[in-house]
Design a protein around this ligand. Structure first.
Ligand SMILES: [Zn+2]
Length: 374
């Protein structure tokens, strides 16, 4: 991964390059920002740049021995940590157990998404974590001498998924890493990180990708998918992963949209039988899809409220959603929008904490039927 392969983010690239030029690379950095903005790609490009033996024109060379190994994520001094799952076969999982899948996933699309990653390694009812054995494994690896690079680099993707024992175990090495060892943490929810972890890292906020940069990146794919890069760039709000999904006419979005219309229509019509049947159906789609659906519904509520306020500049909907909103938006108003939004948030939180899905969705359907008529 070279800096030139990372979409946009020019000012962050310059900052990172400058730190190397001035020889003041922090031993622990925390890159924080919204999903799909290229934080992880930047971290890998940065690590590759640091270890490249022929840096030129503000980028790694892509050709030296180190760069070639980085390009395949097989450099022995590059360590990845990411959320994994427990299975019958692996009861003390670490990232090493999932490394082959991780390499394939990242090399296909260096803008990974948590939900997608979970789908790849789990059946849909599992949620990932970074378990305590991971800390032992990592501390052991980083205490070895480096094989060939100047710097050993440990990249931790979504450290907010570390369980508390793991987080506590890595505090010490994070504060006083072995010589020539760098940590780069990539977070999408810094508020879920222990403050003791945050305080040990230098913080870099990575913004969403600018519409223009995203549009340019999507251009080569536009013809084959028959889509408009300008609209996709806007709809995806600087999230490259989402942009690719939208371009491929992703089925999840369509499914989520259908469910949104169902829960709202059933609610408005106070169709109790339909609400119960719908809850049953939603209980069967698996936790990861449930969470994606609830998140989507919250976003679409917001869009409809804005539509209602005639805030066209702030609206991010596709044609299908906009068409539905023409009639639906007036039902989302200042009397109910906050309450509705809270119901979807609380359902999301219940599901994420392994709540009983059928109860959660039934309750949600009933609450919607009350609130939608306010
Ligand atoms: Zn190189």
């Amino acid at each position: 991964m070279q800096f030139k392969d990372v979409i946009g983010q020019e000012s962050t690239k310059q900052k990172l390059i400058q730190a190397v030029t001035e020889d003041r690379i922090p031993h622990a950095q925390l890159l924080v920002g919204p999903p799909g903005n290229g934080k992880l790609a930047l971290a890998v490009a940065f690590a590759q740049y640091i270890n490249c033996s022929h840096k030129k024109d503000g980028d790694s060379c892509g050709e030296c021995s180190s760069c070639r190994k980085y390009a395949k994520l097989i450099h022995p001094d590059l360590h990845f940590t990411f959320p994994v799952i427990k299975t019958a076969a692996i009861d003390k999982p670490t990232s090493s157990d999932y490394m082959t899948k991780w390499r394939t996933y990242f090399l296909e699309n260096p803008y990974p998404q948590y939900e997608k990653w979970m789908q790849l390694i789990a059946d849909e009812n599992k949620q990932g974590a970074i378990y305590v054995d991971e800390a032992k494994d990592l501390i052991h690896k980083l205490n070895q001498k480096s094989y060939e690079a100047e710097y050993k680099v440990s990249i931790i993707w979504l450290p907010e998924n570390m369980n508390i024992n793991c987080a506590n175990k890595i505090l010490k090495i994070l504060e006083e890493p072995p010589e020539k060892t760098l940590f780069i943490l990539i977070s999408e929810a810094e508020e879920r990180l222990l403050s003791t972890i945050q305080s040990r890292c230098q913080f870099i906020r990575i913004p969403k990708i600018l519409d223009h940069d995203l549009q340019v990146a999507l251009m080569p794919m536009a013809a084959s998918t028959n889509s408009n890069p300008a609209i996709i760039a806007r709809l995806s709000r600087g999230n490259y992963f989402l942009a690719l999904e939208l371009m491929q006419n992703d089925e999840i979005r369509k499914f989520n949209f259908l469910q949104f219309t169902s829960v709202m229509r059933n609610g408005y019509g106070r169709k109790l039988q339909e609400i119960l049947a719908w809850s049953e159906e939603m209980a069967g789609i698996g936790r990861v899809r449930q969470m994606s659906l609830l998140k989507y519904c919250g976003e679409l509520l917001r869009e409809n409220f804005l539509h209602n306020l005639k805030e066209a500049d702030l609206i991010y909907m596709d044609d299908q959603e906009l068409e539905f909103s023409k009639k639906f938006a007036p039902f989302i108003n200042e009397r109910n929008v906050i309450y509705l939004f809270r119901e979807f948030e609380s359902a999301y939180s219940d599901i994420s904490m392994n709540g009983n899905a059928k109860l959660v969705f039934t309750d949600l359907g009933l609450k919607v039927s009350k609130l939608i008529r306010l």
